[in-house]
Write a protein that binds this ligand. Sequence first.
Ligand SMILES: [Zn+2]
Length: 265
Amino acid sequence: MKIILSHDVDHWKWSEHLFDGFALKFMVRNMYYGVTTKVPLKLAMQRIFSIPKGNIAQLDALLAFEKEMGVSSTIFVGVENGLGLSYSKTTAQQIINLVKKYEFKLGVHGIAFDSLKKIKIEKEQFEKLSGETNIGIRTHYLRMSERTHSYMEKAGYCFDSTVSGINPASHSKGFAVFPISIMDVDVLSPASNNLDSIKKKTLNLINQAKLNKLNYFVVNFHDNYFSDLYPDHKAWYAWVVQYLKQEGYEFTDFYKAQDEMELNG
Ligand SMILES: [Zn+2]
């Protein structure tokens, strides 16, 4: 079983969210957490006062951490807007450039999921911005219909990593499907967390993956949580990477894994 690390970039700066209601919801939620002590009041206030500071994304720090750990990841970047993903194409270009600086892999964070035409347009836009033609995808909010995979394949994507579950990756004729094995929001709450029990849950999933003979174990972590505003999230991700390294697992990426599956039939 090899490890694939991945990140979805949902947000970049607070200024994207002036009109989409996201900032307001964030403030109300964190005020509630603070008042009900679901997170320490000081931390809740720090989260709220991070808004005028501007940044949401922590991608640079996250990729620097991974580089230091000697691992790499695939970063899914949006080129269309929807469901709280509100950054511009100029920002998408900036994110792509940052990922390229680290020489990590890129994929599309898709908004379209039920229209072949829209799925194709997004891919073309991403090709223009990134200069890449061999591209994989994961949809925002993991949206799927019964037609999504066939549309992705027709649009020329080489893999999808939108579905989840402790199941092996599969492939057919140049298109692979990598289920997400573990995702931050499945095990962690934005309020209070018991890190010990979350680590246990994580170890259980890894063991289950070994029992189910998974070829690839896919981790999905949102970069904005790699922040002191989310100490549990940050500590959990650093621990997962350290643990998997310590246990001697080999790390790979979706593109290499897809090649590997094609070769092995
Ligand atoms: Zn997303």
